[in-house]
Design a protein around this ligand. Sequence first.
Ligand code: COA
Length: 193
Amino acid sequence: MELCEERPSDWHEVEALMDLCFAPGRTALSSYRLREDVEPVADLCLLLRQGGTLRAAIRYWPVRVGGRPALLLGPVAVHPTAQGEGLGGLLMRESLARARALGWQRVMLVGDAPYYSRFGFARLDGVEMPPPTNPDRVLGLELVPGAWVDVTGQVTRAPGIATAPPADPEPGPACTEIDPGEGSAKETPHGQA
Ligand SMILES: CC(C)(COP(=O)(O)OP(=O)(O)OC[C@H]1O[C@@H](n2cnc3c(N)ncnc32)[C@H](O)[C@@H]1OP(=O)(O)O)[C@@H](O)C(=O)NCCC(=O)NCCS
């Protein structure tokens, strides 16, 4: 299994995986309005490939909440034939660790609390997604203690929030060979593991 940063050339393959995993009309959801004409946070958009085949993907976008910067997690999707094997959890933990290391303070998402609570997400009171959104599904995680305290208001697009540039200017960021069962990792050039 390889853990890779998503590249622009992966875009359509990831979109196809999302289409497979979500109900038709997913892009009509209010969270997609926050992503329109905004670049995703490239360092945090990760893929899992097995023998070159895409098995799972996670993406993040920058948003503002009451004017303060935050990460909008999602979508995250695991191919139906690989669900329940821990790949979603692996992508969640790895991307959240990277977000913390990059200095992001707070993350939000719209999703099922019974799944995301295992990663520390809890309902955000006073954070208003564009309608229609069930407030019970608006969840947040502090990457820095207290990061969501007194951060309330409308969630808005953040086309101006700078996202960290790729550390390596060469095309094709490195993949990491991983053992999903043990979490061991070894750096390898993209596509060679
Ligand atoms: C949700 C999803 C990303 C989870 O990834 P995964 O690799 O299948 O999940 P993991 O193997 O890491 O974890 C499995 C656990 O999550 C639970 N789980 C999965 N989806 C869940 C949900 N929507 N609500 C509650 N629990 C859920 C499973 O019951 C299982 O629980 P257990 O550990 O107690 O047995 C994946 O199933 C998926 O792509 N689903 C379709 C798309 C989707 O719903 N995406 C998330 C919404 S943004």
